[in-house]
Design a protein. Structure first.
Lengths: 270, 340, 311
């Protein structure tokens, strides 16, 4: 049977597979979002102790709006996570490319060192980084926190990008060079676009890890750079305030809305 | 040339003036959720001093961060045994009592405590106890001590603090041994008791044991008085009692580290906290035991009636630092928990 | 086509070597291109400096501490001793190491099984949907960890939503006692690490050309065979990456066992944390950490070598 030119022929087995995959994905998304739904629901809970449902209220949203320290902590978290992601992506992508492109003799050693931050227990990393910073006289604050976060996050980017590099056609770079590009341009204009899915995956992981990072942050922060997890963790003692649910709910709704409306807006602008 | 001199002089004067009028600040390193925002705001309004409030969630975090070389803080808020460690390691500065006129508001039972007998380094902030909380709607038996709590009929209905030293101390109390008389020998004596208890415990939780109780996943437990006080405020069915065999009283104190750069501001803050009306604000927000007797006069009857905030009787003891024995306790508990 | 079909059967031994990272070796004339010259080392310098400053140096500090003692007051005393390492090899701790590895392994396996189809689906979805779906996978984890976990507690507790749901279905099942059990811990672990399996697999599976799969069908393979013989091998780097990014951090995880397991069963992460906090025995904690990291480093080193030897 000749393959159609416009659309690849899809065997019926594949169609079944497609339906199976969609169903499975939906179930997994349900699994991922049920706690989120609960979390959002409880942001309207009248009881201050985030445990039993007693009634509906918008009070927590109002209180959140007025609670400067919490909002400042949230802002710090976003700033730190964004900067961390940028640095982690640069370090991870360039590192993965170089290790793939050139045969360094120390490659295995470097590779192992890169994986160490993933395995090092957070308290060890936190305390040892603090001792290191104290020894070299570096004051605690945004810089030290970001350093800690990047160290902890960039291996994830590197590993993700490496996985994609393994399937990359070596002829690509050569072709670009043959066409007159410098290695740098070849990297930026040919390789990086091919790596984009892995870079996006790595960036998402780095951002997420940084947002939720607690222990390393505790040891490397100052009062000014305190992040949300640090404030949240101490609140457990007096009962996790539903303001935190409200904050999370706002963030979720805002990002999901952004996801769905961003290209609606794009279409409008065309 | 003359104009240059004049410019130099002017800039020097400006520099000096700005140094003098530089905003005083106070670097506070304290428990999160322990100093109400209202208190900090009030302090700033009155004195103009900016408070930089950095937080931790346990004494050990405080000690770790300080010992690893972190931050120059003006005021810290350790518990008694942590303060004792800091005093022994010469990390605390002696207080200038002349600047602390309001010390007289504190009850005499909270002065001259074992961790700081001469009250040279610390000022009590809030105190509490570790005791037994019971959901009396479900548990009808009278519960008076650890023996009553750890009965087979309550299997999987008990919550306790996730604090190794606490648990071993309770076991030792049932043997009639004082909290600070811990030794390698009696740690081993405690072993069979703790081993039996562990099988009955459903949840270990030092951060929020009230959660399991409110959820109805457990019916009784041994928790901080603060947790029990919050439970009682939520529902009077949660009663609190100090164990007959012995109970741990802890005092959280304010202290000034040796390396503090704003000692005067720190003293001002401590004196401010000791005012009855300010101390009342703290009690309003957090139902712990207030050592400030003048402040207690301002509390409502309901606040004073909270059995967890102001428990009756009990053989109270404060903890001392037990040095290397902490490692032995940790090893015992890890072994027992691991071998379930 | 940017995914070359794997090199053929293992070499007949004649002049065929494999690289440490598994790519086919180009002809000898081009070998030189891959040898790092000055520029290559210069470009790698930032990474090396970062590793030296923020990974090697802190690890060295821990290494030094692990040979020290602690004094009565809890300070670290620079007095050389093997004691800490001797204590590490106590059966109690070895047992805990092993348990942590088991939990991490189970979590990883479940994540692969659950996550692979999702990653594959997203990778093959329409262009404009791919990034949206990826974001949707990640967004739940931009909430605070504690709040998220408390939501799970609300669901899993005895009078929780899960039991409420099951009861409403009028099933003849007793209420599930899930919370504060190992099952709850595994649920929590899988929940926390699933995105870190889905994303790397997506990263390497994206743009798996239809043509390759069609070719497999044209050659007579059924869907199952196409899957196992073509699709899985091509996405293997992604699966390997996901395994690394889930298994390794999961071994050191302790917060979930504390919150959802009732802190009843200590993991190696708890034990190490305790040494620095409750027990204030930093040298012992450092020794535990060093052994833990060394075990990983050695295993990882060997796996890299094995990966090179496999055709």
């Amino acid at each position: 049977m000749p393959a159609s030119a416009a659309r690849p022929r899809v065997p019926s087995g594949l169609k079944l597979l497609h339906w199976f995959l969609s169903g499975w994905t939906v179930l997994v998304f349900v699994f991922l979002y049920v706690p989120i739904a609960v979390l959002v629901a409880y942001s309207f809970n009248a009881s201050r102790l985030n445990v039993v449902w007693t009634g509906f209220t918008l009070d927590w949203y109002r209180r959140l709006w007025n609670h400067a320290p919490l909002l400042r902590a949230a802002k710090n978290s976003l700033i730190i996570a964004s900067l961390t992601t940028v640095l982690a992506v640069v370090l991870g992508t360039v590192g993965a490319w170089l290790l793939h492109r050139y045969r360094y003799r120390a490659a295995r050693g470097i590779q192992t060192l890169v994986a160490i931050p993933m395995v090092m227990p957070e308290i060890l990393m936190g305390i040892s980084l603090l001792i290191f910073f104290a020894t070299v006289g570096l004051g605690l604050g945004f810089t030290t926190v970001i350093v800690g976060h990047v160290t902890f996050c960039f291996p994830f980017v590197l590993v993700a990008v490496q996985a994609r590099l393994k399937g990359l056609d070596p002829a690509l770079e050569e072709a670009a060079l043959d066409l007159g590009a410098t290695p740098l341009r070849a990297f930026w204009l040919v390789i990086v676009p091919c790596l984009r899915p892995a870079i996006v995956a790595g960036a998402l992981m780095a951002f997420t890890l940084s947002l939720d990072e607690l222990i390393v942050t505790f040891f490397t922060t100052s009062a000014a750079s305190a992040t949300l997890p640090i404030r949240v963790f101490g609140m457990a003692k007096v009962g996790l305030n539903p303001m935190l649910n409200a904050l999370s709910a706002i963030f979720i709704v805002a990002t999901v809305a952004f996801v769905f409306f961003s290209d609606y807006l794009k279409k409008l602008n065309r | 040339m003359k104009s240059l001199h004049r410019m130099l002089a002017a800039s020097l004067a400006l520099g000096a003036a700005s140094a003098l009028s530089a905003k005083e600040e106070l670097n506070l390193f304290a428990w999160s959720e322990y100093i109400p925002q209202g208190v900090l705001d009030g302090f700033k309004q009155e004195t103009g001093i900016e408070v930089n409030y950095e937080t931790y969630a346990s004494n050990e975090e405080l000690l770790s961060k300080l010992l690893a070389g972190g931050g120059a803080y003006d005021l810290v808020q350790p518990s008694d045994y942590a303060a004792e460690v800091m005093i022994k390691q010469k990390l605390l500065a002696p207080l200038d009592k002349a600047q602390l006129a309001n010390l007289k508001n504190l009850g005499p039972q909270f002065r001259h405590l074992p961790h700081d007998p001469a009250d040279d380094y610390t000022v009590p902030y809030m105190t509490g106890t570790v005791g037994i909380v019971v959901n009396t709607a479900v548990v009808k038996d009278p519960i008076r001590g650890f023996g009553d709590v750890f009965q087979p009929k309550f299997k999987d209905r008990i919550v306790v603090l996730n604090d190794n030293r606490e648990i071993v101390t309770w076991a030792l109390y049932t043997l009639g041994v004082s909290a600070n008389a811990i030794s390698k020998e009696n740690i081993e004596q405690a072993r069979p008791i703790v081993a039996r208890w562990i099988k009955l415990i459903k949840v270990f939780d030092s951060d929020s044991p009230k959660t399991a109780l409110l959820n109805g996943d457990v019916d009784l437990g041994v928790v901080w008085s603060g947790e029990a006080a919050i439970l009682w405020k939520e529902n009077k069915k949660f009663q609190y009692v100090l164990a007959a065999e012995g109970a741990h009283q802890f005092i959280d104190v304010l202290a000034i580290p040796v390396a503090a750069r704003h000692k005067a501001a720190a003293h001002q803050f401590i004196n401010y906290i000791l005012r009855p009306e300010v101390s009342k604000l703290i009690s309003d927000e957090f139902p712990y035991t207030n050592p400030n007797l003048e402040a207690r006069k301002l509390l409502s009857p309901e606040q004073l009636a909270n059995p967890a905030s102001y428990p009756a009787g009990g053989k109270l003891e404060t903890f001392h630092d037990i040095g290397k024995l902490a490692a032995d306790i940790d090893r015992l508990m890890t072994d027992l928990k691991s071998g379930r | 086509m940017n995914a070359p079909v794997r090199a053929g059967p293992p070499g007949d031994g004649v002049g065929e070597a494999m690289e440490a990272d598994d790519t086919p070796v180009p002809a000898a004339a081009e070998l030189d291109r891959r040898k790092p010259r000055l520029l290559a080392w210069l470009l790698l310098a930032p990474l090396l400096v970062w590793l030296a400053g923020f990974v090697v140096a802190p690890t060295a500090i821990l290494f030094v501490y692990s040979f020290c003692e602690r004094d009565e007051v809890g300070r670290v005393v620079y007095h050389f001793t093997w004691d800490n390492y001797r204590r590490v090899f106590d059966p109690i701790y070895l047992h805990i190491f092993w348990r942590s590895i088991l939990y991490a392994g189970l979590t990883t396996v479940i994540c692969v099984v659950i996550g692979y189809p999702v990653a594959y689906f997203i990778a093959r979805a329409r262009e404009e949907w791919r990034h949206k779906l990826l974001l949707l996978v990640m967004i739940p984890f931009w909430t605070s960890f504690l709040i998220r976990t408390y939501a799970w507690i609300t669901i899993l507790k005895q009078e929780g939503l899960l039991n409420g749901f099951l009861q409403s279905l009028a099933l003849p099942v007793a209420p599930l006692d899930l919370l504060y059990t190992p099952t709850a811990v595994v649920i929590g672990l899988v929940y926390a690490y699933l995105p870190f399996m889905i994303l790397p697999i997506y990263g390497s599976a994206e743009k798996l050309e239809n043509a390759v799969i069609e070719a497999a069908y044209d050659l007579g393979a059924g869907p199952l065979r196409a899957f196992s013989a073509v699709i899985v091998p091509l996405t293997m780097p992604g699966i390997a990456a996901g395994t690394l990014l889930v298994f390794v951090p999961a071994i050191g995880m302790f917060a979930i066992t504390d919150l959802m397991g009732g802190a009843k069963v200590p993991m190696i992460g708890n034990v190490i944390q305790n040494q620095f906090l409750q027990a204030r025995d930093w040298p012992f904690g450092a020794a535990l950490g060093v052994v833990f990291m060394l075990m990983f480093a050695v295993t990882y080193w060997i796996v890299q070598r094995r990966g090179a030897q496999m055709a």
